[in-house]
Write a protein that binds this ligand. Structure first.
Ligand code: SAM
Length: 199
């Protein structure tokens, strides 16, 4: 069963802000700065589509994909193009999007993380952007919250027990060294961002 973190956009956003502090907005702003005006973006594991407003301001077309029907339904209600999608079993649309973006979600696919990055590179027209936590963010919440929520980290298809640290993420992304255009940390060093270019 889906955990409380993923049951409502407002609960999700509150918990994200508590664990990232100002890093949450910084991450969205810095990722949106990497995207050229007027391009087309596919946001895989979009959650509540928090990137959408920043991209829409730049005339960027946006589609969000997520397993979570609650987030997808809520996004559609707000006029955002969003679709229910399971990245573990479904193919990405090929050659339709200039950027394929995945924020704070790659850890859920460990040990199939490399395969997922390769699939995004294969499907994009030009770039892939990955922003990934390099620490378990639940551990950064107040102790009592982290105890409760740590047990309930389940997006709907089972618990996600793994996470990256700086070393393991650097190792994974080292396999895509020739694709790397830019790499940086967000404010507070909670996430690392990679801009990758298709071969
Ligand atoms: C930590 S949230 C990140 C959401 C958003 N990208 C953000 O940065 O706020 C992870 C998201 O991945 C989605 N997810 C988990 N497994 C998935 C899968 N197999 N296919 C598609 N989405 C998935 C969850 O439903 C959840 O919305």
């Amino acid at each position: 069963m889906k955990s409380i973190i993923y049951s409502n956009r407002h609960i999700y956003n509150l918990l994200m802000r508590l664990s990232y502090h100002t890093g949450y907005t910084d991450r969205l702003e810095r990722v949106s700065e990497l995207v050229e005006n007027g391009s087309a973006v596919l946001d895989v594991c979009c959650g509540p589509c928090n990137l959408f407003p920043l991209l829409a301001r730049k005339g960027i077309s946006y589609r969000g994909l997520d397993l979570n029907t609650t987030f997808v339904r809520d996004a559609k209600r707000r006029g955002i193009e969003a679709q229910t999608f399971d990245f573990l079993s479904e193919n990405l649309p090929e050659g339709q999007f200039d950027y394929i973006i995945m924020l704070s979600s790659l850890y859920q696919f460990i040990p199939r993380d490399k395969e997922m990055v390769s699939r995004m590179l294969a499907a994009t027209k030009s770039y892939v952007i990955i922003s990934e936590p390099i620490a378990n963010l639940i551990d950064r919440l107040p102790k009592i919250l982290s105890k409760i929520l740590g047990k309930l980290k389940n997006p709907g298809n089972g618990p996600t027990p793994f996470c990256f640290n700086d070393t393991t993420l650097t190792q994974l992304m080292g396999r895509f060294e020739k694709n790397q255009v830019r790499t940086f940390y967000i404010k507070g060093m909670k996430e690392k961002v990679y801009l990758l270019k298709k071969d």
